[in-house]
Design a protein around this ligand. Structure first.
Ligand SMILES: NC(=O)c1ccc[n+]([C@@H]2O[C@H](COP(=O)([O-])OP(=O)(O)OC[C@H]3O[C@@H](n4cnc5c(N)ncnc54)[C@H](OP(=O)(O)O)[C@@H]3O)[C@@H](O)[C@H]2O)c1
Length: 293
């Protein structure tokens, strides 16, 4: 989905947009740049190497982005592990779905807020999320009861709790300089996941594709592009909302009450900071939270 969005953003508006792709493989990243340069004619495309399963990499990526850029107009919180045959623990000692799909993105987002605030067009963070999910408070790293579905859904609800807390903090104390939007794609995207899932699931998906169940990454990019490029006034109206695209318009999805629960949000925020073990991230979080005291 990230590639689909990057492809469309690179090609629209007379190729004015500079697109930075965060990826873990230099080879695949450069191949993507080449492909997108060719399809869009845009030469303002670059990669930042970062394996989201390693907090040290996230730290390096943050430093590199801060060094190279004075502002960011938007970030897409998208990358994530989908299907997995078994639980894989990262070198930071966490469940990989939790770390890749949520925690590293938590750290990245907090550390890029200053650049988003510098955007002349109004900064925005678009979270790729789906509905449902729950936090396994007594087993966040899923050592006792792992399944890849639970791992994905826990990360999704965690991302939504994070985005609503950020939206609330910004609306109340920071003058709404940045918008935070949760987006759920309403049709399944034919993505690289299809190359990862077991053969039986792939056969089923191929049959479903025949019946038009899937959309391409490009179609997904076309649907999502306005979230990144629309006027800030429009973006602000969506901030703190969970939206999808249906019948040619963005519509709001009813969010679970638990996601708005400030105690739950604060517990997750605190647990996340402890797991990041990063002074700079803790300072940013502290300065945001200090407004509430
Ligand atoms: N497909 C759908 O219909 C759908 C629907 C709703 C939500 N989503 C969510 O959308 C996100 C993207 O899904 P997708 O379908 O596009 O999956 P995908 O084709 O498998 O793409 C996932 C992307 O995440 C990257 N990634 C995985 N682990 C990483 C790591 N440790 N460090 C850095 N990058 C990493 C992958 O990089 P590599 O290329 O190096 O593997 C790939 O670019 C996921 O969070 C998924 O849960 C998907």
């Amino acid at each position: 989905m990230g590639k689909g969005v990057a492809k469309i953003l690179a090609g629209i508006d007379n190729q004015i947009h500079e697109v930075i792709i965060l990826c873990r493989s230099k080879e695949l990243g450069m191949a993507t740049i080449k492909e997108l340069e060719y399809s869009s004619g845009n030469k303002k495309l670059s990669i930042i190497l970062c394996d989201l399963a390693k907090l040290i990499d996230v730290k390096k990526a943050i430093d590199e982005i801060q060094r190279k850029h004075d502002f960011l107009d938007c970030i897409f919180i998208n990358a994530g592990l989908g299907y997995a045959a078994e639980r894989v623990e990262t070198e930071d000692g966490m469940d990989s779905h939790f770390q890749v799909n949520y925690l590293s993105q938590f750290m990245l987002t907090l550390n890029l807020l200053n650049l988003l605030e510098n955007s002349e067009n109004g900064g925005r963070v678009i979270f790729n999320v789906t509905r449902g999910g729950k936090i396994f408070w007594d087993d966040i790293q899923m050592q006792k009861n792992w399944s890849f579905e639970n791992g994905i859904h826990q990360a999704m609800v965690a991302k939504r709790m994070f985005l609503f807390k950020l939206d609330d903090l910004y609306k109340r104390f920071k003058g709404s300089k940045v918008s935070f939007i949760g987006f759920e794609i309403s049709q399944t995207v034919w993505s690289n996941q299809l190359n990862i899932i077991p053969v039986s699931m792939r056969i089923m998906a191929t049959i479903m594709k025949f019946f038009g169940t899937f959309i391409s990454i490009e179609k997904c990019g076309l649907i999502m592009a306005p979230l990144f490029t629309e006027r800030f006034e429009e973006s602000r109206k969506k901030s703190g909302k969970f939206v999808t695209w249906k019948k040619n318009e963005f519509i709001e999805i009813k969010e679970d009450n638990v996601v708005f629960n400030p105690d739950m949000q604060d517990s997750l925020w605190k647990a996340s900071l402890e797991l990041c073990k990063d002074k700079q991230t803790a300072q940013i979080a502290e300065s945001l939270n200090s407004f509430t005291k």
